[in-house]
Design a protein around this ligand. Structure first.
Ligand SMILES: O=C(O)CCC(=O)C(=O)O
Ligand SMILES: [Fe+2]
Length: 277
């Protein structure tokens, strides 16, 4: 019993220290750990909710000030790719055809090294680092070059009327399968931050599943291979948390099936994704 407790305690400490390296063994020890829950219950409560529960958490992450810093960063990126001098308000109203060049091209939506530096300096990002998720950023998978030596941080835009195509539901590790990313190199969590959402009208559909019960086929696109869900469930299979700008959904990368909800709002839905390991 004492030995068991030590193993569990060590696993917990490394999670809390932000490395998350023992995440897998932590997960495997879940059953064993429940025997000593009374000792560590308070400390591991959030992680337990995720690992043993619904697979995701909704958290308030970005302050209004940091949110406007990110919004400006995104407006600058979009301006660089599309039209000079766009404000964030204008980006929210760009049409699907104006946005077309960047909608599918992740490369154009990845933050630059300079922007990542700026993001890391925000109080909100530091809050994420000091949480039990830590801030070990996972390496990006570049659409053409596979895994590259820069963090996986990019934004995504879903125009009104878009999103929700049920065959696009996926588990993030399916992309790692397609890129042959080794198990120990794979992100453990995705942090999906609402940069502009209309609660209840757009956001993310998600559901923790047994990955063995879902299959995908691979399609080749100009922007790299993509998984396509075989026998996709309908929208009512998923949970659909209401999410306001600045809030984030943190979910497990290896077993949460998810897809962007159809955007029933008036504006482009904009989110920022950060993979952590
Ligand atoms: O935001 C979306 O529409 C999809 C998001 C997604 O696949 C992810 O965050 O991993
Ligand atoms: Fe995803």
């Amino acid at each position: 019993m004492i030995v068991q407790y030590m193993v569990i305690r060590m696993n917990f400490l490394s999670l809390n220290g932000g490395t998350l390296t023992s995440w897998l063994s932590y997960y495997e020890n879940a059953k064993l750990r429940s025997k000593v829950r009374c000792v560590v219950e308070k400390e591991v409560a959030n992680v337990d909710t995720m690992l043993l529960g619904r697979g995701y958490e909704v958290v308030s992450l970005f302050t209004d000030n940091d949110l406007s810093i990110i919004q400006e960063m995104i407006a600058n990126s979009v301006s660089k790719s599309l039209i000079d001098g766009l404000t964030f308000d204008r980006v929210l109203k760009l049409s699907k055809s104006e946005l077309a060049p960047i909608l599918r091209n992740k490369e154009l939506r990845m933050l630059s090294a300079e922007q990542i530096g700026q993001l890391k300096n925000t109080a909100s990002f530091k809050k994420l680092c000091s949480s039990h998720y830590g801030c070990s950023l996972a390496k990006a998978t570049h659409p053409l070059f596979g895994q590259i030596d820069s963090p996986e941080i990019y934004f995504r835009i879903v125009p009104p009327g878009e999103g929700g195509a049920k065959e696009l539901g996926h588990i993030d590790w399916w992309y790692d399968d397609l890129y042959d990313i080794k198990l120990d190199q794979r992100p453990k969590f995705k942090v999906w931050i609402a940069i502009h959402t209309e609660p209840g009208l757009n956001g993310l559909l998600l559901k923790k599943v047994n990955p063995n019960e879902f299959q995908f086929q691979t399609i080749r696109t100009d922007f790299g291979p993509r998984p396509l869900l075989v026998d996709p469930p309908n929208q009512d299979f998923y949970e659909f948390p209401e999410i306001t700008p600045g809030q984030a959904i943190i979910f497990e990368s290896n077993n949460v099936l998810h897809l962007g909800a159809p955007n029933k709002g008036c504006f482009n839905r904009i989110s920022l994704e950060i993979s952590i390991t």
